[in-house]
Design a protein around this ligand. Structure first.
Ligand SMILES: Nc1ncnc2c1ncn2[C@@H]1O[C@H](COP(=O)(O)OP(=O)(O)OP(=O)(O)O)[C@@H](O)[C@H]1O
Ligand SMILES: [Mg+2]
Length: 253
């Protein structure tokens, strides 16, 4: 069930800038005194590091392990008890940092199919998003999470492209999947690291019926930041990436 929060997921092919934009939109919203919830839905946990956090906190993957463990030890009759436990366990996985909140998907150790990880993540997004005006989701590369349940609760889907044919093809595939699954969300493209002609990108996207929500130039400060393992909070507010993220945040809110 959808609510009034802006639930914004970053998707697109590998390495196109999903994590960098998730963190930058997070910082742009923090600068506007909006307390966002950031969700690291990539098991590699790149967003966790970029937000200055360590990946040693409870994740949705660990919540799943605990639920499976409880279900195994108490039997099927414990279903209601387990459902009640879910909200509590998710709250335990939530990191509160004052200016923002954070949740990581992580990995699950348990086999078994009591509740697939993406399904659990969707439930967590739906229950937590009621408390946040903005939820930002850094998805895994590709269209895997589009096919799964996660994006059902999303209000905005940002497809990142890098102007390679492959990334535009992935954008088209994502658009088709959204239509096929009747997912009711706004969808737009952000062109990252593009030195190209904005009109040309726009025309090419418009012919496919896709909106262009923003263009992010190559940002040497962000690249340097990343090479030194710094966080998004070390990036100067006037860096190209953060300026572009502020514009994108305005466009979609
Ligand atoms: N506009 C930009 N200018 C300079 N460097 C950038 C820019 N956007 C992203 N990068 C850098 O490119 C690399 C890949 O970006 P990022 O990790 O955000 O991509 P991703 O889509 O999350 O990748 P993955 O699919 O592996 O999760 C990172 O080192 C990031 O700092
Ligand atoms: Mg990433």
């Amino acid at each position: 069930m959808k609510n009034n929060s802006n639930i914004i997921a970053m998707v697109g092919k590998g390495g196109v800038g999903k994590t960098a934009l998730s963190a930058s939109l997070g910082r742009a919203l923090i600068m506007k005194k909006q307390k966002p919830l950031l969700i690291d839905a990539d098991p590699a946990q790149g967003l966790t590091y970029l937000m200055g956090l360590e990946p040693d906190h409870k994740t949705i993957g660990l919540v799943r392990d605990e639920i499976i463990e409880k279900a195994r030890s108490r039997g099927k009759d414990a279903k209601e008890e387990i459902a009640a436990m879910f909200d509590y366990l998710v709250t335990e996985a939530l990191i509160e940092k004052g200016e923002f909140s954070f949740l990581a998907m992580g990995r699950s150790q348990s086999k078994g199919c009591f509740c697939p990880l993406n399904n659990l993540l969707r439930q967590a997004i739906e229950s937590l998003s009621r408390n946040f005006p903005y939820v930002l989701i850094d998805a895994e590369a590709g269209i895997e999470q589009i096919n799964r349940e996660v994006v059902r609760s999303v209000s905005h889907l940002i497809i990142l492209i890098d102007l390679s044919l492959r990334s535009i093809a992935v954008a088209e595939q994502i658009q088709e999947t959204i239509k096929r699954l009747w997912i009711d969300c706004r969808l737009g493209v952000v062109a990252n690291r593009s030195a190209g002609d904005a009109r040309q990108i726009q025309t090419s996207l418009e012919s496919r019926g896709i909106e262009l929500w923003g263009i992010i130039p190559e940002d040497p400060v962000l690249r340097g930041n990343d090479l030194q393992g710094k966080t998004i909070f070390d990036l100067p507010a006037n860096s190209a990436m953060l300026m572009a993220a502020q514009k994108i945040a305005e466009k979609i809110s």
